[in-house]
Design a protein around this ligand. Sequence first.
Ligand SMILES: [Zn+2]
Length: 419
Amino acid sequence: MNKSFSCICILLCFSNSLLFAQGKQKKVVFIIADGIPADVVERVHTPNIDLIAKEGKYMRAHVGGEKDDYSQTPTISAVGYNSLLTGTWVNKHNVWDNDIKEPNYNYWNIFRFFKKQYPDKKTAIFSSWTDNRTKLIGDSVAAAGNIHPDYRADGYELDTMKFPHDEESDYMHQIDETVTNAASDAIKNKAPDLSWVYLEYTDDMGHKYGDSKKFYNAVSILDTQIGKIWRAVQYRRKHFNEDWLIVITTDHGRNEQTGKDHGSQTQRQRNTWIVTNYHNLNNYAQYYRPGIVDIMPSIARFMNLNIPLERAREIDGISLIGKVSVADVRVNYFQNNLDITWKALEKEGKAKIWVAITNHFREGKPDKYLLVGEVPVSNEQITIDASKLKSSFYKVVVEGPFNTANKWFVTDDKQTLSK
Ligand SMILES: [Zn+2]
């Protein structure tokens, strides 16, 4: 063996062992299919969605925040997308409708967390609208952290030459086909580390025809498109050392009467669904009905993102992946006391209870959190003397070994709405 050959061999062996040590490359693609209530995706034959669910899980889920409480969130498209991206409800992310007037970028989205930790890894967006990229992700917006998706295929709605707008909205079906092809090609050939695919035709058919064969047919078409993207993922899994997470969801349901409208808080408008190929979801996913806000912390966990405590304290979602200490925090105020309860999903360790009476985080400034108690996670309850705090607003955070969960207590409506 000559010397240069043995050098190459040593180098190759070394890089192989490094690769082995680092494990598979983690890759994520999430898909938002617009405006499909849970009962509709369940009644339509969706062989491709079923294949993914067979590997992982299909879950009924919800949007809309907590009904009649401070986090109640309109069941409107862009509002839902931003709840997914930021892991927060509208009282924080501040996107109240599809105009997307003043997103509060102090609540970072998943793309920003991802780029902050992995500046060299690649992100991608595939969408009919441009707003998803320019306003929600905040492409090249200073306040949104100046991030920039590495691959993009969007804005086809504006191309009326290629996609002339017709009465039947068939152009939107054609746009979704283009988006699907762009996404599956990019996944197959470039394998972006974090991709968002947005598909819109189902919502158009829902608005036009409500509960009808035409709407259900749009869901069948969507399923075929998901199949194409899933096959691209399968191709990568077969030929590359990559670990892929796929998450598919919708942004809202539709009204009970006609299936045409959405925006308010009835059950069917709030009832959504999540499908993932992840095969070992945690207790939280098993025992609770997840919310759209849970997807962001799940992706973060899968990607091993380190979210600093001051930001983790603000995230409303709970990861569906990995160990979780606490969920379902509730706060009741009585006679100058805060009665704080939670559910212990992993019982080990201590829970630190933090309280802040300001919300400077909204303006990008820190809040002063007081450590008001520390008890075993398994206690699931603590009573705090709040007489010295004298506030009409409390941000409560329960921090366990594996996650944090938060809840506000608001007696003053001024604090509730940032609109
Ligand atoms: Zn929508």
